[in-house]
Design a binder for this molecule. Structure first.
Ligand SMILES: Cc1cc2nc3c(=O)[nH]c(=O)nc-3n(C[C@H](O)[C@H](O)[C@H](O)COP(=O)(O)OP(=O)(O)OC[C@H]3O[C@@H](n4cnc5c(N)ncnc54)[C@H](O)[C@@H]3O)c2cc1C
Length: 449
């Protein structure tokens, strides 16, 4: 890492979570360096995660989703931010990027590069987007577009029942739209069938039409409608949100000749250096180590992106910091139902030939006598040999603390006995005295005795 330390000019491509986290870290560690950030949208340091809550109107002003403005970075951190500037190519041999902005084309030399280009929404057929009534959700501008056009739509389809699809379904339903979710597999397909069923039943109870096993084959754009077909039935909607998952944005990485990993994302080592030692990469464009299975995994989540940016920035500045990997802890909600998971599910345990035991419980969220009476449905996959949790899925109320505890146990291999004896606090408004995490550990311990 020492040779990295003497660099002067740093270019960061992409001003999202990973890019701005790296930029701030480098500025702190290398006060004399020149740092340029190129960002194609109008915002840096913004929270795409807040877009569904802006569409549903919980967040009133899109600017609330911007943590720091470009002016803040320039003024307070001496970081030269270029918004509405798209990097069109990187000449790795000449250490030079070419870009295009409203002012025209340009180029800039670098000593070191951070590639933090994020992810792009997956759209199987580009033509599906040829309509003012079809949307994807990525940038804040997408939130603006959806909200501005909402008044002309009453029947809206959300294609894809992953967490962005579920969040958008709630947002649109709260806006009074008749929402249909079309999902080729099942709602929240990363969760096991029975947990997914709990969620889809609740969505239906809240007035959403949920069509699972519906694989969209065509999207036909008419002047005031969108026709969606799975090859058997065709449905008509006023507007459609495509939430079919994301893919790493690796266009520039490919063009630079960087190694692409087994998941299709940019390969990086544990210091987040790419296969080119002048280039680090972080965020939704890279793959990292799956701490449960030990192989590479694509984890496009905000906490990972921020920390990867921090680690990449630290190492580019001469430190030697390891990014240990991720267990993919994620949480969302649909109306009052909180949904979370970490690690692997039962399907993955089976597919990887793991000798596992699945504990399933439904347990009170608080002391049974303490209102409101709410519960948690929890499924924990334990490794029978190592006696550690490999994954957990939770739906219900007050899951954040439980998920965080299980996430720690999954990430660091804390076994079921330690989990059972761990100091999970108790008072009636917060938890039953036998909390769900303790009960799940106890059931497993008794099973393997
Ligand atoms: C609707 C939605 C909700 C989400 N909710 C959650 C959540 O609740 N929890 C969670 O953990 N994660 C959530 N995420 C994911 C989270 O937002 C991402 O993991 C995180 O933003 C990744 O940060 P990043 O910096 O890697 O990528 P991004 O934030 O996407 O930033 C990459 C940036 O690079 C720019 N860029 C790309 N190519 C170029 C180029 N050639 N030139 C210039 N600029 C370029 C892009 O414009 C973009 O701004 C959500 C995402 C979405 C879309």
């Amino acid at each position: 890492m020492e040779e990295v330390f003497s660099m002067k000019n740093i270019i960061i491509i992409g001003g999202g979570a990973a890019g701005m986290s790296a930029a701030s870290r480098i500025r702190k560690l290398l006060p004399d360096s020149s740092i340029k950030v190129f960002e194609e949208s109008s915002y840096v340091s913004y929270a795409p995660c807040g877009v569904p809550y802006y569409v549903e109107d919980t967040v009133k002003d899109i600017n609330q989703l911007v943590t720091y403005t470009p002016e803040f970075f320039t003024r307070e951190r001496n970081i030269d931010v270029h918004i509405r500037t798209r990097v069109t190519s990187v000449d790795a041999g000449a250490s030079e990027v070419s870009f295009v902005s409203e002012a025209g084309e340009g180029s800039a030399k670098y000593d070191y590069l951070v590639l933090s280009t994020g992810a792009v929404p997956f759209v199987p057929v580009k033509k599906w987007l040829d309509s003012d009534n079809v949307y994807t959700v990525r940038h804040l501008e997408d939130g603006n577009r959806i909200k501005a056009n909402l008044s002309r739509a009453s029947r809206v389809a959300v294609v894809g029942g992953g967490y962005i699809g579920v969040e958008m379904a709630e947002a649109l339903s709260r806006q009074g739209k008749l929402v249909t979710v079309l999902e080729m597999k099942r709602i929240m397909p990363n969760l096991d069938q029975e947990i997914s069923s709990t969620i889809s039943s609740y969505m239906k109870a809240k007035g959403i039409t949920v069509k699972e096993g519906f694989e969209v084959k065509s999207v036909e754009n008419l002047p005031n409608a969108v026709m969606i077909s799975d090859g058997r039935t065709t449905e008509r909607f006023d507007a459609v949100v495509l939430a079919l998952g994301v893919r790493p944005n690796i266009e520039l990485a490919r063009q630079m000749g960087l190694r692409i990993g087994e998941t299709g994302a940019v390969w990086v080592d544990e210091h987040l250096m790419t296969s080119n030692k002048e280039a680090f990469a972080a965020g939704d464009s890279v793959e990292v180590k799956d701490v449960v299975l030990g192989k590479k995994r694509y984890v496009p989540l905000a906490p990972e992106a921020n920390k990867e940016g921090y680690v990449a920035g630290s190492n580019l500045s001469g430190m030697s910091m390891v990014f240990p990997g991720s267990a993919g802890a994620a949480i969302t909600k649909f109306y009052d139902m909180e949904i979370g998971s970490v690690g692997i599910n039962e399907e993955e345990a089976k597919a990887n030939g793991i000798d596992y035991y699945a504990v399933k419980i439904k347990h009170n969220a608080r002391a049974s006598y303490f209102p409101p009476s709410e519960s948690i449905e929890m499924k924990v996959i334990f490794d029978k040999k190592r006696k550690v949790p490999l994954g957990a899925q939770l739906v219900g109320s007050e899951i954040f603390g439980r998920l965080s505890t299980l996430s720690l146990a999954v990430s660091y291999g804390i076994d079921a006995e330690k989990l059972f004896f761990s100091g999970i606090p108790y008072a009636p408004p917060f938890a039953p005295v036998w909390d769900s995490v303790i009960v799940a550990s106890r059931i497993f311990n008794e099973h393997v005795l």
